[in-house]
Design a protein around this ligand. Structure first.
Ligand SMILES: CC(C)(COP(=O)(O)OP(=O)(O)OC[C@H]1O[C@@H](n2cnc3c(N)ncnc32)[C@H](O)[C@@H]1OP(=O)(O)O)[C@@H](O)C(=O)NCCC(=O)NCCS
Length: 222
């Protein structure tokens, strides 16, 4: 498979330089590829399956369906500036980190962004980072962010945003030893935007109907 970028996504050179210079080596067989457009298409079902598996856990509790996921992920194919950073163990997709121009998600974020004096066209939106449990703690999460930040800069974007679900700490489904990614995000320079909260609806595992969830917006100036 070739990894030649269609536009300005991190190149193989970026991926390899990062692996060599900035991060401890990954275990044998684990590789990262940056995919766009038609190259990305062949992995959409695998990304959908990853999202369903990983977001089923706390704090998302997302009871996802392949049909919805396929439709949702289609927007990555249709946008020339969207990128999938895919992590593989051999040929198997084991992690994914996606980013798209913020204006693509403008509808859900119209209200939160009204409080900011920042045009959406200056922001790259990190849609998700998902990694199977067995591969966590190897530095792939950092590499996902490294490559997202390279992509944002190459598009001339000045900020990166993403959103994180807010659930009460005393929620019955919260594992007693849960350690969230907030400290990781803050260490990388991201912080919640005060008062900027979007709302998304999905069906929680075990529920019969969808319910709305608040998601706080996190932002970093590059
Ligand atoms: C977020 C996620 C992609 C991070 O992947 P990862 O490869 O484990 O991350 P890394 O190994 O690069 O570690 C990143 C930081 O998290 C810390 N960390 C490692 N394991 C952790 C754990 N179980 N819980 C919380 N933080 C952890 C690491 O110590 C590291 O911090 P450091 O730089 O201070 O040492 C992965 O945990 C995941 O898929 N989580 C579930 C989905 C999710 O919440 N995604 C984010 C919102 S879309």
């Amino acid at each position: 498979m070739t990894n030649a970028p269609l536009h300005s996504a991190p190149t193989d050179a970026d991926v390899n330089a990062m692996a060599r210079d900035q991060r401890p080596a990954l275990p044998d067989g684990i590789t990262l590829r940056s995919l766009q457009g038609a190259e990305l298409e062949q992995y959409l079902d695998a990304v959908a399956a990853l999202r369903i598996a990983v977001f089923r856990d706390w704090p998302y509790l997302y009871d996802g369906t392949l049909a919805f996921e396929r439709d949702y992920l289609q927007s990555y194919l249709d946008n020339k500036d969207a990128v999938l950073v895919a992590a593989f163990d051999g040929d198997r997709l084991i992690g994914a980190s996606t980013s798209t121009p913020m204006e693509v998600h403008a509808e859900a974020f119209a209200a939160p962004f009204a409080t900011l004096d920042l045009p959406l066209t200056r922001i790259l939106y990190g849609v998700e980072s998902v990694l199977l449990h067995a591969y966590r703690g190897l530095g792939l999460g950092h590499r996902f962010f490294d490559l997202r930040e390279i992509h944002a800069r190459s598009l001339g974007r000045s900020h990166i945003a993403f959103c994180a679900i807010c659930r009460p700490d005393n929620h019955p489904a919260c594992p007693h030893d849960y350690r969230g990614p907030d400290a990781f995000w803050r260490k990388r320079g991201y912080a919640p935007v005060p008062g900027a909260v979007a709302t998304f609806a999905w069906r929680d595992v075990g529920d019969v109907a969808e319910s709305e969830k608040p998601l706080e917006l996190w932002l970093r100036a590059l």
